[in-house]
Design a protein around this ligand. Structure first.
Ligand SMILES: *Cc1c(COP(=O)(O)O)cnc(C)c1O
Length: 410
């Protein structure tokens, strides 16, 4: 029974499922980029994005994916030879640090393994002994391991060490999923992109930056013009905002997606992600009672609410994913290399369940139910009761968080 008909479900950690409202907002002819609706929609978008980020700071937007915003954050704050401390919580933090090295930065690495949590004392100890560090680079959620790092603890470590380093946080996976308020948390730069918690297609990424980051930019003699924050902020006109033609239709989509987030309320959005993630964790824990499946992150407070990495040693993951996709219409995330050590020990014996953005009770139950069906078909042993456990968590979450949340049909 190949090619299941019926609704398909994207359970990859980006690009995530796009709501119909967002699709419909984009389905239109090219707008004028001189005046009118696209300019007005973008004017509405910017304050909404800043509210989601929890910042009064500036925003620079790029017609680029997350890798572009990674590079932008580095070239606007650091020059060749400057030293940065990179906190490794998985493959994405490592890849970002690699990009930093290729830009000519000196990267000092602190490795916190592939299952969290980070140890803020190690960061403070290191910074006490090295006052030349100009920036600390970390991911709020590393999407390979699904480790959620405690950004507030890192801020505190920088402060107690007496370091003046900027705190630059990759929030590409966590934005609009895991709670983070940039200004009150003391984050200097937040990096994100359109295609994960923001429910739009890939193609728009951004840097939010505060006073200290802006001052660091002002001190640099030269910044690659395309990525330069200064060219994109201020009152230099709509064309300058994207340093050329804006990604118009993607912008219409992102505007609609952020409108949906405002209608639901950011607190409700965060709560929904927490409940949905907890239901996934409960299900995977049940499966793991009798069989090879296990949550990659043991400590609940270190688990992302956007993505769950499932370890499954000995399992033919490619076959499991293929079954889910072709027989049941559910696309799971592949295992993403977490570290050189996990690669040499035989990855990919992981898959990832994306539950970011446009997810609710029926979507997550469909995904979990389909995975369990695929386990059955593939003859992989698993503990019983996972779907009941998930429903139980979802029911409890609904009771605790429902009052403010409007019933949605998007
Ligand atoms: C997806 C992701 C990236 C990369 O984003 P692209 O748009 O694929 O370039 C970087 N960091 C994290 C944490 C991510 O989840």
């Amino acid at each position: 029974m190949a090619n299941a008909t019926g609704r398909r479900f994207m359970a990859t950690p980006g690009p995530s499922s796009i709501p119909d409202r967002v699709l419909q907002a984009m389905h239109r002819d090219a707008p004028s980029i001189y005046e009118g609706e696209i300019v007005e929609e973008t004017e509405r978008l910017v304050p909404r994005l800043r509210r989601i980020a929890g910042t009064e700071g500036e925003i620079a937007m790029y017609a680029a994916n997350g890798h572009g915003a990674w590079e932008a954050a580095l070239v606007n704050t650091l020059g060749p030879g400057d030293r940065a401390l990179a906190l490794y919580t998985g493959g994405f933090t490592r890849n970002w640090a690699q990009l930093a090295k290729e830009l000519g930065l000196e990267v000092v690495e602190l490795d916190f393994g592939t299952a969290g949590p980070i140890d803020a004392n190690r960061i403070a100890d290191y910074l006490r002994g090295d006052c030349s560090i100009r920036a600390v680079l970390m991911a709020h959620t590393d999407t390979s391991t699904s480790v959620l790092a405690d950004v507030g603890a890192v801020r505190h470590a920088i402060d107690v060490a007496g370091s003046t380093a900027l705190l630059i946080v990759d929030c590409i996976a966590s934005f609009g999923c895991d709670r983070l308020e940039m200004d009150s948390c003391g984050v200097d730069v937040v990096i994100t992109a359109s295609q994960k918690g923001l429910m739009a297609p890939p193609g728009i990424s951004m840097n939010f930056f505060g006073q200290r980051a802006r001052a660091a930019r002002a001190k640099l003699d030269r910044v690659s013009p395309y990525w330069d924050w200064q060219k994109r902020v201020g009152s230099q006109g709509y064309y300058q905002m994207f340093f050329g033609t804006a990604p118009t239709n993607t912008l219409f989509g992102l505007c609609e997606a952020t409108r949906m987030i405002e209608e639901e309320g950011l607190e409700n959005v965060w709560h929904r992600h927490q409940v949905v993630a907890a239901s996934v964790h409960a299900a995977v824990a049940c499966w793991g009672v009798d069989g090879p499946l296990a949550l990659n992150v043991a400590l609940p407070s270190s688990r992302s609410t956007a993505v769950t990495t499932v370890r499954c040693p000995g399992v033919d993951v490619a076959n499991l994913r293929r079954l889910c996709e072709t027989a049941f219409g559910v696309t799971l995330g592949t295992g993403f290399p977490m570290s050189p050590a996990t690669v040499s020990s035989g990855e990919p014996h992981t898959f990832r369940i994306g539950h970011m953005g446009h997810v609710n009770t029926p979507t997550i139950l469909a995904v979990l139910g389909s995975i369990q069906t695929a386990l059955e078909v593939a003859g992989i042993s698993y503990g019983r009761g996972a779907l009941s456990a998930a429903a139980h968590v979802l029911a409890a979450g609904w009771s605790s968080g429902a009052p403010n949340a409007p019933l949605r049909r998007d």
